[in-house]
Design a protein around this ligand. Sequence first.
Ligand SMILES: Nc1ncnc2c1ncn2[C@@H]1O[C@H](COP(=O)(O)OP(=O)(O)O)[C@@H](O)[C@H]1O
Ligand SMILES: Nc1ccn([C@@H]2O[C@H](COP(=O)(O)O)[C@@H](O)[C@H]2O)c(=O)n1
Length: 468
Amino acid sequence: MFSAGRYPWYNTKGENLTPYLLGIAGGSASGKTSVAKKILRDLGIPWVILMSMDSFYKSLVPEQLERAARDEYNFDHPDAFDYDLLYETLLKLKQGVKVDVPIYDFVTHSRLPRTKTMYGGSVVIFEGILALYDPRVRALMDMTVFVDTDADIRLARRLKRDISERGRTPLSVLAQYQKFVKPAYDEHIHLTMRHADIIVPRGLANRQALDLIAKHVLRQLNQRGVHIRTQLAASALGTGGHVDDDVCDCTDPATTHPANVLLLRQTPQLRYIMTQLRRGATERDDFIFYAERVARLVVERGLEALRSTPKHVLTPTGAAVQGVARADPLCGVSVMRSGATMEEGLRKVVLDIPIGKLLIQTDTRTLEPQLHYCKLPPQIHHSVVLLTDAQVATGAAALMAIRVLLDHNVAEDRIVFLCMIAAPAGIHAVIRAYPKVRIVMAEIERGLNDDYQMVPGMGNFGDRYFGT
Ligand SMILES: Nc1ncnc2c1ncn2[C@@H]1O[C@H](COP(=O)(O)OP(=O)(O)O)[C@@H](O)[C@H]1O
Ligand SMILES: Nc1ccn([C@@H]2O[C@H](COP(=O)(O)O)[C@@H](O)[C@H]2O)c(=O)n1
């Protein structure tokens, strides 16, 4: 999923655009999975999620497990599936939210203790024998397909597959087929064909049909495409005006900012450090020294806004003191690469802070941000997240990073965005889209040039810090 970048999947208001959901039904061994994988390859785009209905088989109680062991449990009846969980999972994927999908073991007829996290599909392909059975599930789908393969071919394939992959004997496959698989196909599965937009005879062998499906999905995706950075820059530039008009003189003590924009106190000390960082001739070692000094100040400022609870402690003299403790656990997420320059500051200020990483890079062709990699601390939704990126220009990457956290169920008001410098356009983009996010910065930049770079700027922060 992370081999190529994901283009923005949200609009300038920060709202998720829904992924395209393709449902594929058909009899057992008709070729649903093979068809789904072929469409996925034909789409040729990253960030496609393939999900099987098998993951939503109900967990069996001991008595049912005994029947299953004797091939007397009906796995082909609609009652065998947990439609509520299936619906909730597909709904969350449609909303762009990460989901934890059960992993099913056909040999033991049970769910494994671990789950599979799925996140970030521009397209979701969902396949299963009764994928088109539940009306709530069907209503989520953008396109429905039924794979129609002859019964004798399905039986032959199933015999081969279940013996080699699902721990069955030839006799058990045949008994299950006669008792449950064929009757359920005739009574339930075949009937769902009427809900299909497209019926694909011969499954995988029907290359023309699969090619048409992939082309249609691609056309739909193209129509939904968004161009975040260009839209943000255009709204910042207004009708040809320049972002510099939006200048916010951070040295002017009279300047007031919205409550969620937290600017470091512009002391002579801070101005001295920022001057060293802005100076092109500053040596790398010095740059690192000053960058880490500011990073610590920014982190400390970000922490000031957090909730605390009373805490009683005893001093070494045995006296009782009423102090405070942090109300919420903290974690960090750095937007690579420039946000990684603030990790040292995070670690120096917050003891043992877990830090996750997002790799967001600008596509040189479209100038849009792309998400390449996402590794977040476990249980992130229980934490206040200190999100770091050294520079915020148009705000396009910042919106993407915040969107990823929201998609992982982090509450908006538990995100604190920490940066060194931010342009007014970027600050406005963030607080307009996500008014509950707090954004902390050392200085407010004067503006952006026509290439969306900050002026006067301080060069590429990551390159200067890492010496690349
Ligand atoms: N067109 C085909 N020709 C030959 N074998 C196929 C074809 N389509 C699927 N198979 C094989 O049949 C078995 C079942 O296919 P699969 O796609 O898993 O079906 P389903 O998901 O509908 O159960 C697999 O072993 C697969 O490799
Ligand atoms: N424990 C189970 C669960 C399901 N099955 C059979 O699997 C078929 C569905 O999977 P496909 O990949 O073929 O779509 C279904 O027909 C069930 O009979 C099973 O044997 N054991």
